[in-house]
Design a protein around this ligand. Sequence first.
Ligand code: NAP
Length: 337
Amino acid sequence: MLVAKKYVISKHFDGEPKPDDLTLETFELRPIKDGEILVEAEYLSVDPYMRAYNTHLPLGSTMLGGQVAKIIESKNPEFPVGKRIHGYFGWTTHNVLNPDEPSKDLFNAKPYIVPDFGDLPASLALGMLGMPGNTALYGFLEICKPKAGETVVVTSAAGAVGSHVGQIAKMHGLKVIGITGSAEKCKWLVDDLGFDHAINYKTDDVAAALKQAAPDGVDCYFDNVGGEISSTVISQMNLYGRVSVCGSISCYNSGPSNLPKATILQPFVLSNQLEIKGFVVLRWVDRWMEGIEKNLAWIREGKLKYRETVTEGFENMFDAFVGVLKGKNIGKAIVKF
Ligand code: NAP
């Protein structure tokens, strides 16, 4: 019998996640039944949402998360041995599951065979060619409805979603301003990804730097962070500006009863008749493969560049995850099993 490993939630995160909030356990996998498969993790994703959703799960649950896994045993002809599968199997090394059933976690998403990316790494199924990629594609184009010649601001701009949004915006003829947390990230955005400007929110006066970078104001804002940075951006938006609220990582380490305060937005929303809309990417689940194909074509055409911060080893999952919350990643953060 195969012995596997998983991280179990032993304490709900309170403030910054601590190593003993999760316990690494071993467990025995049962034999597979008809319709089921046995999978072994190949790449595991570490994402900001894991901080936000951890407290929604009961203690004793497997820590939630997506992974790309190899099918190593199968009694399901649609999911043969050797294929790669994407699913929300949690922080586990191996799993026995019926791939025809949705995952039992918060997302209720069905696993799928990872399309053939040719010579590109399969880990992209956790980044540009997966959930973050579809978040960038649909969350930006469907909600900001950008037009050539407009100006967009993207926060957490050097991360998985933000770096992708900025590049899509450039393809659509926008002026792109990224806000991020280090000089190295700012340099990457401008020199390698073609952003027009990058602002370091840890060292620059964001309001003054934005006024200088966008003297005619901001038309679209892709908001990954929330809080005071977002209030600053929204206060510089133009008439009929559009805001896509993707995330609010600046408050993920605060409990729901202890959310930080930020400058109120109503005066700007009203006077400039702004549209502010939140979304969860699974609203486009019916267009999932279409999004992956679109992003894959853009990578192949050289219009989209990807970058990954890869941590080796399942035993380093926690450090990789906390690294994302602390801004240590550039591009998509991945753990290689
Ligand atoms: P990411 O941007 O690759 O990584 C998170 C980044 O957040 C860090 O690298 C760090 O970069 C930044 N950060 C951390 N604390 C911050 C703070 N207090 N203020 C400002 N920035 C901070 O992560 P991602 O996966 O692409 O996700 C980006 C955002 O999208 C997150 O808010 C996430 O929850 C959201 N999201 C939403 C959906 C949806 O369906 N709505 C789907 C996917 C992701 P810096 O160095 O720049 O600080």
